[in-house]
Design a binder for this molecule. Sequence first.
Ligand SMILES: NC(=O)c1ccc[n+]([C@@H]2O[C@H](COP(=O)([O-])OP(=O)(O)OC[C@H]3O[C@@H](n4cnc5c(N)ncnc54)[C@H](OP(=O)(O)O)[C@@H]3O)[C@@H](O)[C@H]2O)c1
Length: 291
Amino acid sequence: MSGKIVIVGAGKVGTALAVLLQKAGHSVTGIASRTLESAQKAADRLSPIPRAADSAVELTPGADIILITTRDDVIREVCEAIARSGGFRAGQVALHVSGSLPSSILSAARDEGCFIGSMHPLQSFADVDVAIKTLAGSYFCLEGDGEAVDVARGLAMALDGQVMTIRTEDKPVYHAAAVIASNFFVSIIDMSLRFYEAIGIDREKGLAALMPLIEGSLNNIRELGPVKALTGPIARGDAGVVASHLKAISSLTPEDAPAYKALARLNVGVGLAKGTLKEDAAREILDLLGE
Ligand SMILES: NC(=O)c1ccc[n+]([C@@H]2O[C@H](COP(=O)([O-])OP(=O)(O)OC[C@H]3O[C@@H](n4cnc5c(N)ncnc54)[C@H](OP(=O)(O)O)[C@@H]3O)[C@@H](O)[C@H]2O)c1
């Protein structure tokens, strides 16, 4: 089905998807949001400009596909409010884009005869313009009713995306993996920068210095996989280096010691899997980390 699309929730994801779906030839006929200001701002990025509203039910009856892109904790109530006001009709497809929540939170739409599903873009939307440039090639994780998954697959393909499907009950684990790879990674880089700040290297200089290392590591992961990509003192079994890190951290940024130790323990597991870290050295490092 390539039909009329109404987007509900004019934030980063809703706005980027609206722009890209229209660019891909889809008909985005309306954008609704909590505030008319956000809806209009998103709509003004499109040409032709779709209708904007602060009430989804003004727009949803004429849609074939309703894409709910509000923040997670209001998706269910937004869907129920549309259903209560008669904004759904049988045969429509209602999708949300949350990575952690199941499509079943749209059950109010299914009760009105809609097909329900979720399509989670496995990409970080920190900024609308950056997301518009980087979304192509990203995976979309789909689950829900067969008809809704088929429609979501069509949308993902139109966005030059790739598709994976999972069981509805596996969404929390699927999403935890995404959070580790994206959000936790961001916090780890922030921790690196705090270490540099503690010795007088400002964040801008620190980030510039780390970027080639980060990109080299990403490339090694891409080319070799994470186990073979592991380098560094733990992969080599250099317990003395780990001891020197712990000593420095305890005096300069002691609040980071638990995170360093937890990540170092994960490194021990990967080092053992790689085979360059031997059991004796692993035991010595784990003793330092205080299991
Ligand atoms: N950000 C990411 O990296 C990312 C990646 C993949 C998936 N997602 C998913 O995408 C969804 C949106 O995330 P986001 O990052 O785009 O959030 P966001 O930028 O905070 O935008 C959320 C939008 O929801 C609107 N909203 C809030 N309450 C509403 C209501 N009652 N009725 C209608 N609209 C309402 C807000 O509208 P107003 O501006 O009018 O207040 C806001 O513009 C979430 O389900 C999230 O899990 C996010």
